[in-house]
Design a binder for this molecule. Structure first.
Ligand code: RBF
Length: 154
């Protein structure tokens, strides 16, 4: 199995209707992150979340995801947070710094708040790899991030 099982969260659809979700979306590589958002949003609805319980926030780049995720996760009524971003490797080591900071930052928000915070951040060598993972031949990692937080809530 290459990703989380949707069926794992299909069982208790009704329980999700009252849960509130925050989705934090980075604006860098917008074409990709919008596709990730579509995947996450659609999956949340399919699993039983209500439209009015999905709160979207945008941040400039992936580096800003952990702070926005922390703010959302600290809100009492938010059950889980989904972070969506896309970091594409350039010619300098910037890529490594951003990816490490974002991964560590998001993990810290998980552990500090005790709430599920998904790492739906693509870290790819080029745009083609990113498109393949944002609704292309390798699925949509935004959708998988949504399935993952729902699985963690259960
Ligand atoms: N943010 C992304 O989400 N994806 C990227 O591929 C990306 N590449 C960047 C490359 C450089 C050289 C710089 C300076 C920033 C990049 N950012 C990228 C933005 C970063 O996440 C953050 O918004 C800025 O560094 C400001 O804190």
């Amino acid at each position: 199995m290459a990703g989380p099982l949707k069926s794992a969260s299909g069982k208790s659809k009704a329980k999700l209707t009252n849960k509130k979700f925050a989705v934090v979306v980075a604006e860098w590589n917008e074409e990709i992150t919008e596709a990730l958002y579509e995947g996450a949003y659609t999956a949340l609805l399919e699993m039983g979340a209500k439209k009015s319980n999905i709160y979207r926030t945008n941040v400039p780049g992936s580096f800003e995801l952990p702070l926005a995720a922390q703010r959302m996760a600290k809100k009492k009524d938010i059950a889980a947070v989904i972070c969506l971003g896309c970091v594409i490797q350039g010619e300098t080591p910037h890529f490594d710094y951003i990816c490490n900071a974002v991964a560590n930052g998001i993990m810290r928000v998980n552990l500090d708040t005790g709430k599920p915070v998904a790492f739906g951040v693509l870290t790819t060598l080029d745009k083609k790899q990113a498109l393949e993972r944002a609704g292309g031949k390798y699925g949509n990692k935004g959708e998988e991030a949504a399935v993952t937080v729902v699985g963690m809530l259960e």
